[in-house]
Write a protein that binds this ligand. Structure first.
Ligand code: SF4
Length: 321
């Protein structure tokens, strides 16, 4: 098998919690607590979990938008966390992020043409007539008219704005796109259009996606493999069909039992989890899911289960496996 495009090992991101008096560090919010995964070229890995599980922080940390607390990120075989200056600037052209809110992520004072051409201007790749033509081509590529370049973001619908965000992300011909809840701010009727566009663009532009979402049906629609996060850790990772038809981790089972996805395995009764997601400031000992797990055993509060391969690349972090 060829080398992965992205290889993440034991990545951690802790945020210090400070007292209001003297700003002393009084604790650590363990937003991402040692996650490992790799991305093959051309695939889409869905990263799914409840709100607050650390998936967005993981995406931002992978791309160095925020500095990690520990771990390694190798992109095209290069240690991304060790890059500085021009080398980092050059590497940044190869990965881009699409954010959740197309209303907040586009500068309302810039025209759509300026927004899409800005990355090329910053990186000095092309200018003038060539840049105008490239901008028009990118707009058409995402299903908008070339004359949209003259308009401002407020003149577009939510779905159209997200298309503009996608065109901007494509401006520097990236290899990797981290999409953080890219359709969750859109109407349900528009979500499928944007997801289908992202699927088409993946083939047209040889893209690799890390697709972050809380919505299992969205992840099911677009992903090749799926990683499930709970309280800062990946608890299960597998090929999509494998994970949806044969979930191994009790948390994944509970999520799937509540997801309205037709034609996915056999639906049993809905599994209701008791209690809320614990605070990442003080996660439970051992398996952090144990206070809510319907299958908890004596060992579970005592020992952290490692994410290990149960066969055919189906990974799970549970003492039952
Ligand atoms: Fe449940 Fe124990 Fe597995 Fe954690 S390790 S998911 S508590 S059975």
């Amino acid at each position: 098998m060829s080398d992965p495009l992205l290889d993440v090992k034991n990545l951690k991101k802790y945020f210090p919690l400070r007292s209001s008096f003297l700003r002393r560090v009084t604790g650590q919010i363990q937003a991402v607590d040692g996650i490992s995964f790799s991305l093959r070229r051309g695939e889409t890995l869905g990263l799914v979990g409840e709100s607050g599980c650390g998936k967005s922080t993981a995406g931002r940390t992978v791309l160095r938008l925020i500095p990690p607390t520990g771990g390694t990120v190798f992109f095209r075989g290069q240690d991304l966390l060790a890059l500085k200056g021009d080398a980092l600037r050059s590497a940044r052209k190869s990965f881009q992020m699409i954010f959740q809110d197309p209303y907040a992520s586009l500068n309302p004072r810039m025209t759509v043409g300026q927004i899409i051409s800005e990355p090329s201007i910053i990186h000095g790749s092309i200018r003038g007539r060539a840049l105008e033509e490239k901008t028009a081509a990118l707009l058409e590529d995402v299903g908008l008219q070339a004359d949209a370049a003259k308009k401002y973001p407020f003149e577009f619908s939510g779905g159209q704005r997200q298309r503009v965000s996608i065109a901007r992300a494509l401006a520097l011909s990236p290899e990797l796109i981290v999409a953080d809840e890219p359709v969750s701010a859109l109407d349900v009727s528009v979500q499928a259009q944007v997801l289908n566009l992202m699927k088409e663009l993946r083939f047209r532009h040889n893209l690799t996606y890390l697709f972050i979402s809380h919505d299992l049906s969205v992840v099911h629609h677009i992903s090749d493999r799926v990683a499930v996060m709970y309280l800062g850790r990946i608890v299960e990772l597998a090929e999509k069909q494998d994970l949806f038809s044969r979930p191994l981790h009790p948390y994944t089972e509970a999520l799937l039992s509540a997801a309205p996805i037709p034609d996915v395995g056999k639906r049993g009764r809905r599994i209701l989890l008791s209690g809320d997601v614990p605070s990442p400031l003080d996660p439970p000992s051992g398996c952090s899911f144990h206070p809510r797990c319907p299958k908890v055993m004596n060992i579970c509060p005592k020992q952290v289960p490692e994410l290990s391969d149960t066969g055919n690349g189906h990974m799970a972090a549970c003492h039952l496996c």
